[in-house]
Design a protein around this ligand. Sequence first.
Ligand code: ZN
Length: 113
Amino acid sequence: MARHLMTNERGKIALEHLRKIKPFIQASLSLTKKRCGNPRCRCVQEGPLHEVTLLTWKEQNRTHTLYVPMELRQEVERWVQEGKLLKRLVAEVSQAQREVLTSKKRNRKSKKV
Ligand SMILES: [Zn+2]
């Protein structure tokens, strides 16, 4: 390690995972069914309807939606999973740093006694 990192074992492990993070997105995928709009398509009369994958996320309390092409569904699913992992890791490092602070405080107190 090039420089001293002020964290604990928990923080080190989470940081190690953070370094390996892959492309991510903080959003969720949902499946829905709809008519495609082509008046001659089978979906107008007897169905089945077309499966559509949507990506949704919130920005300033508004929900946004983006259409995901079928061939990218699995790829985008990986981004979403990675986004969840990132969120967990951010919480993990934050927790580790709080632990570092509270243990410092405890050490200082015990030294005074
Ligand atoms: Zn159709």
